[in-house]
Design a protein around this ligand. Structure first.
Ligand code: GUN
Length: 281
């Protein structure tokens, strides 16, 4: 039977650490603010945005809300970002994705000052990560590193297979694992022999967006399995990209869905906000 990596508890510990740090900073007269922009009212985005604001409240970060209508023009959104970039009382800016189709996501991401880019999506921060320099790191992969470290799972010298090559998860995940001295393989939808490659992983990180795609045939005995996916099934229950039932008896450690990677993402966003304030104000 495998060890269940408890993301909920680890995230709660990190949030409490941040809350204490923010309290100390407040005693020195320093406060921290995150601007959260949502364009339109996609229901899933609204849930994420609400959770981010709740986390801010818990930790003591001021959350400034910008709820813009779906018809907002790209120019209007860019003007809003410009204003927040200039505001010395705003330390982090987050523009919830996806944006409406009439907007150029890359242009919007580039407009956020790299010093306030707490999502770690700006090319300057992605570049810094690539060459091992200080910058903001995308929150989900940064959270996975914390899950592994705080569960005492060594990465050095291990073969880590990342399934998925998105800019938000797969690519930064591979770079972070490399920084931890793992040997890294990145697989994706065009990979041949996916099963064989996954089966070689000491640490298997799955971010492919297909419910319960990875079953026991993809997993080596004793592997550590990290599941980034989250899907709501027809019967209402949540599942990940990994078939937990068949994989967990084989794995030495595994993240559940929900309660694994999910809670870590917001937690690392909060971490990045506090860092932005400490570094740049
Ligand atoms: N949409 C889905 N995930 C994210 C995220 O991490 N940040 C932002 N800004 N939008 C998202």
């Amino acid at each position: 039977m495998s060890f269940i990596i408890d993301g909920k508890t680890i995230a709660a510990t990190i949030k409490d650490e941040l809350r204490q740090e923010v309290e100390l900073l407040k005693a020195q007269g320093k406060s921290c603010a995150l601007a959260v922009i949502q364009v339109g009212n996609d229901p899933a985005s609204s849930v994420y945005v609400r959770n981010k604001k709740n986390a801010c409240n818990y930790i003591g970060i001021t959350s400034l809300s910008y709820e813009l209508p779906e018809e907002t023009t790209e120019e209007e959104l860019l003007a809003c970002i410009d204003q927040l970039n200039e505001d010395p009382n705003v330390h982090g800016i987050l523009c919830q994705l996806p944006l409406p189709r009439h907007m150029d996501e890359n242009k919007v991401i580039r407009r956020i000052s790299p010093k306030k880019d707490v999502d770690g999506f700006h090319p300057e921060n992605v570049g810094a990560l690539t060459i091992g320099q200080e910058g903001f790191v995308s929150c989900t992969p940064a959270g996975i590193i914390q899950l592994l470290k705080r569960s005492n799972i060594p990465m050095e010298g291990k073969h880590c297979v990342v399934v998925g090559r998105s800019n938000i998860v797969g690519k930064p995940m591979a770079l972070l694992m490399l920084q931890e001295n793992a040997t890294v393989t990145v697989c994706h939808s065009r990979t041949q022999n996916l099963k064989e490659i996954c089966k070689e992983a000491d640490i298997l990180i799955v971010a492919i967006g297909k419910p319960q795609f990875i079953n026991e045939e993809y997993v080596k005995d004793g592997a550590v399995v990290i599941d980034v996916g989250i899907h709501r099934m027809e019967d209402g229950h949540l599942c990940g990209d990994v078939d937990f039932e068949s994989v967990s008896p084989k794995a030495s450690a595994i993240t559940p869905v929900p309660g694994g990677v999910g809670p870590m993402t917001i937690c690392m966003l909060m971490h990045n906000c506090v860092e932005a304030m400490k570094r740049f104000s």
